[in-house]
Design a protein around this ligand. Sequence first.
Ligand code: PNS
Length: 158
Amino acid sequence: MAIAVYPGSFDPVTNGHLDVVERAAELFEKVVVAVAVNPSKAALFTSEERVHMLREACAHLGNVHVESFTGLLVEFAARQGASVMVKGLRAVSDFEYELQQALMNRRLGQGVETIFFMTSPENLFLSSSMVKEIARLGGDVSQFVPPQVRALLAQKSA
Ligand code: PNS
């Protein structure tokens, strides 16, 4: 049973991310959800807010931990003792970017493997960007995000 890191921006976490976390938690000894802090990428939520939302949403999963990280993902994974990266794959459009990252991380991380979880069909078209746009335009995002995220999105969009 390996330790896995599930990295992303999670701006904000969606039900699609949670589906991946829950499935990964069944397969791995421990899953570390790694919130990327990237000052060059504009985010709606601060890294502290993103970590907080994820910790609330994953509170029912005893082997899931949520941390933020800066710098190279492979170095964060090494500090966590992780040998696996977990990513979610939705459509073919995700594939090229994910392939490039997985191959680069395997090179940089001396063999660290990336394991992809195919999206559940109901989340095929779900993304954080779309959720933010729907919320900003006053739409109902309750079927796409956990309740606490919906409330915070409403505050940001007010
Ligand atoms: O949810 P996202 O924005 O698609 O996640 C991208 C993320 C955070 C996984 C990626 O940008 C990343 O790994 N950033 C850390 C910096 C790094 O290690 N870059 C080299 C990866 S090939």
